[in-house]
Design a protein around this ligand. Structure first.
Ligand code: SF4
Length: 285
């Protein structure tokens, strides 16, 4: 397999995803989120095209069973600004449609709207990532990504077109975005989200450095929580379990109030999950 690979999040014990394949139409991601977990890929924030991507997708599709679940994308964003010009993601979707695959799209890119026609013809679901609705925070956390409001508008458009859509409310930062939990769940519900998956920020060497630069005051408050009271799992620093339960329990509570199924992502807190899948793949037929 060349560009479609088995989804394997570093063999992480905490991952509850169903078996699926992963396809990243582009390498790297220009959204430049300071919390990004994919920066182990060289020059990650310089997004670039993959040579002959569609031919390579077609070749890989001959090696996997029809009806397999392909998630796009897990380590970049399929709707990067450059995709407006090149449309590689659309051409990959067309190949996946011809190959009769199920598709789960995960994105912050609002020009996904362009591909609603093709998604409607597929067994597909979409998850839109949102971690704040405050523009001044978004600007520092995810400098080149669309605003939270634009992403909510996209959720609304997808819902209107009967394309199953959920929200990845992720990551949540104590002292910075946790106060937005009720509002984000309420707005997600109004927009038509059928599923919410959430997790807390996990600090890694480089993401912590970027976070400290962007939010020095919050970082001072978080340092003890992550690095003294928290725990290290694989190569990430987690908040103490009690704090994770408190934050994600709040999201679960708000979801319950609005009747939205909820799941956590790589937290080891299965009792909070009410949804049939963590990644939203159950939204497909
Ligand atoms: S959109 Fe995702 S892959 Fe791209 S920089 Fe942000 S977190 Fe990383």
């Amino acid at each position: 397999m060349d560009v479609i690979r088995k989804f394997d999040p570093w063999d992480g014990e905490l991952c509850t995803c169903p078996e699926k394949y992963s396809l990243n139409p582009y390498t790297g991601c220009g959204h430049r989120c300071i919390y990004c977990y994919s920066t182990y890929i060289p020059n990650f924030f310089e997004s670039r095209r993959k040579k002959d991507i569609v031919d390579r997708v077609k070749k890989d599709l001959q090696k996997i069973p029809k009806g397999s679940l392909v998630s796009l994308s897990n380590s970049s964003d399929p709707y990067l600004p450059m995709d407006r010009k090149y449309e590689d993601t659309r051409r990959c979707l067309e190949a996946l449609k011809d190959g009769r695959m199920k598709v789960l799209v995960v994105t912050k890119g609002v020009h996904l709207k362009r591909d609603i026609d093709i998604l409607k013809e597929m067994d597909a679901a979409v998850t839109i990532s949102i971690c704040t609705l405050k523009d001044e925070i978004k600007q520092k956390l995810e400098p080149n990504a669309p605003t939270g409001q634009k992403r909510l508008d996209l959720v609304k458009s997808l819902s209107k077109e009967d394309i199953p859509v959920g929200i990845r409310f992720d990551p949540i930062f104590p002292y910075l975005t946790e106060d937005e939990i009720p509002r984000i769940v309420e707005k997600a519900n109004e927009a038509g989200a059928e599923h919410i998956v959430s997790s807390t920020f996990k600090a890694r060497g480089d993401s912590w450095k970027r976070f400290k630069l962007g939010f020095p005051d919050t970082a001072k408050k978080l340092k003890e929580l992550y690095f003294e009271k928290g725990e290290k799992i694989d190569n990430s620093y987690y908040l103490p379990e009690g704090k994770r339960k408190e934050i994600l329990g709040k999201v679960a509570e708000e979801c319950e109030e609005h009747g939205i199924p909820f799941a956590t992502c790589r937290e080891g807190l299965p009792t909070l999950t009410t949804s049939q899948s963590c990644d939203g793949s159950h939204l497909m037929s």
